[in-house]
Design a protein around this ligand. Sequence first.
Ligand code: SF4
Ligand code: SF4
Length: 470
Amino acid sequence: MSHFTTARPRPFLDPAYCKACLRCVEACAKHCITPGSTLNTITGVAPVELHLEHCTGCALCVQACPEPFGLRLDEGMSHLEGEFRLEDPTKLFGKKRVDVVDAPIEPDEQIPLPGCAPLVLKGAYASAIGAVLAGCRHVFGYPITPSTEGAELMAKLMPELGGTFVQAVSEVAAVNMMYGAGGAGVPAMTFTSSPGFSLMLEGISYMIGAEVPGVFVNFMRGGPGLGNIAPEQSDIKLACRGLGHGNTHALVLAPSTPQEMLDLTLAAFALSFRYRNPVIMLGDGFLGQMTGVVRLPPTLSRPGRPAWAVWGDRSHRHNLISSIHLAETDLEAHNEHLNRKYAAIAKRETRAELFRCDDAEVLVVACNTPARMAKGAVEVARARGLAAGLFRPITLWPFPIDALLPLLPRTRQIIVVEASPGQLEDELRLALSHADRVPPPITHVRRGGGVLPQQTEILAQIAATQEAFA
Ligand code: SF4
Ligand code: SF4
């Protein structure tokens, strides 16, 4: 490469900093840059070669180069080429720019959707469509019953929409693909079920540590171990308290209808990017298969590109996504930052449905499909003159304790209804204890192994409680 002295600046490259990505080759309309043929002994790749006879100095190649110390316009430095090499690039180029990476996200664009009649969809499909409308075009997963339908639909839709669906070799691979896509700032998701979710926990911990967004739709099934493929609320504890090692939390959303599978999946992507954190959708196996009427929203999203993303272009080149903080004080500060984020989520994002709670003396607490049976039991109880209500947490973490506390002075009994041996009740009791409240007596209706609590069982428990008051 020779040193030009023309008035127009020309591109200049120290070959030791070229990664041979060839973006500059594509960018140059004058064909001034060609792929290299000689390996650089320092880097082990063949840097591009510059032939600048027809160069106009347009700088398109410079803009295309993603390397921090790559192609740049000659500002009188090209005669230094080769003098400094990799050991000290700052002598040649000055200090590398380091910006604050916690930059705001460019707003998503909302595009109107043409009106359409309500659809009849099973929960897994509703969730997939919600993700598509949220702008998700990157789906990674490993098939596992009863979540496979969601992935199957995405495998068909993604290629049609210019997106990517990858059936990974395992859930461990899938979660790390989500880490990569989320780190690049694009909405990414997976469909899985309990044993697969267990395999993803290490990766989720990494994503939380590195503040990488991503949506995990988990249709819970019977456990432990392989268990069975019937519905169980087996991962409430895991999602709320056990997302891998360290100081890990994620918003946990618990839909109970196909409509909510769509609505909450849409919300999950927005929340995931708002807080740069994974979001967990906890459905149960029944909900994934259940069919219901689903109305589409009036708009769909075209996601912006976050300023923090590792995208590979010049404007994002200073970014770094990593969960490692080797200095103890750095890691402590990072965890304090995460704690502030968790506190902000708890303050702003908790959700609950209150059904006939205003004058309820018996409060049934339930989520997912068991909440549907509980609502039916409350309706029958009311028809019989029993003062029952349903409190349905929609966020399981953080538990919507602020919506529950005002109901407690009237509540004489809480009945927790769940398809697990007490995982929801544990969340409720923990939230009450953190709120420093002595709760009313708590009883429960629990089923497991794939058996869901029945309306008659819940109704019998409500009636027994009311008789005890009489
Ligand atoms: S400055 Fe423009 S014309 Fe010159 S090599 Fe780069 S892209 Fe080609
Ligand atoms: S864009 Fe930069 S790193 Fe890529 S081939 Fe060209 S000079 Fe090398």
